[in-house]
Design a protein around this ligand. Structure first.
Ligand code: MF3
Ligand code: CO
Length: 263
């Protein structure tokens, strides 16, 4: 069952999502060679608590940290540790909080220092996949229109979309119905309507889409060990149209660029 949100509830989700945006923006500045991934986790958790929010992932199905930090061939759910980032790494940061009963969830992929051309293109393709999918997030479209648009955009760039992890509904729970795959044929699934809140999150690989889970039970890596990238936002359809609730105000121009492109 899909739980549609009232405008009041979306207002709270906007606040939780903006807490996430603000913390991701701070984390982005910390992505330099030499930083330990656990320092990022400590920052995320303490900033969230300062802002009156509770980290969403810690303890979720036994996940041991507040932040997911996935480096290079790691796709999602990388566990923060004493690992130091190196020049040339690409680093996915996935963070969520619960604030006044509602969740916000977002992810970005950030280069550490100078990275290869392929790595830059991959990061860009994950973002483009998100924005292309988001263009389809409008009244009376169907859910799989988002999925198909993401897949087309990513594959056009020469990359593949991960199959075994998907986006999701979000609200009073971190994961709600419906699932939002990053692949599929258009025209299927529920109609998009007012009050729908989703986490849309392309996870993509430079090589094949097959996944392996490391012995820690969490870290998902590409089977071929090719680079992976992740980009995620919490979005909602409100009385005033489609909104990216977790958009960093600094990224507003990205949004306007995609608004003017015809779908
Ligand atoms: N953004 C991820 C998701 O939507 C984060 C979940 S990590 C977990 O699934 F540790 F909480 F599982
Ligand atoms: Co998510």
């Amino acid at each position: 069952m899909i739980v549609y949100k009232s405008m009041k509830e979306i207002e709270i989700m906007r606040q939780s999502s903006q807490i996430v945006a603000r913390i991701l923006s701070g984390l982005k500045e910390m992505i330099v060679p030499g930083v330990e991934t656990r320092e990022l986790d400590l920052f995320a958790e303490s900033e969230a608590r300062k802002l009156g929010a509770v980290p969403a992932f810690k303890g979720y199905r036994g996940y041991p940290a507040s932040l997911c930090v996935s480096v290079n061939e790691e796709i999602v759910h990388g566990i923060p540790s004493s690992r130091q980032l190196k020049e040339g790494d690409i680093v996915s940061l996935d963070f969520g909080v619960v604030y006044e009963g509602f969740y916000g969830d977002a992810a970005i992929t950030v280069p550490a220092g100078v990275v290869t051309e392929e790595a830059r293109r991959l990061i860009d393709a994950a973002e483009r996949g998100f924005f292309r999918g988001w263009q389809e997030f409008r009244e009376d479209n169907r859910l799989s229109d988002i999925s198909a648009a993401i897949q087309a955009e990513v594959e056009q760039a020469g990359f593949s979309v991960i199959r075994s992890f998907v986006g999701h509904g979000i609200g009073r729970n971190l994961h709600e119905e419906p699932q939002v795959p990053n692949f599929g044929h258009p025209g299927h699934g529920p109609k998009i309507r007012n009050g729908l809140a989703l986490a849309i999150e392309p996870m993509i690989a430079a090589g094949n889409w097959e996944v392996e889970i490391l012995d820690d039970g969490w870290t998902a890596v590409t089977k071929d060990r090719s680079l992976a990238a992740h980009y995620e936002h919490t979005v909602a359809l409100t009385d005033s149209g489609a909104e990216i609730l977790s958009l960093d105000p600094k990224d507003a121009e990205k949004l306007s660029a995609w608004r003017t492109v015809d779908a």
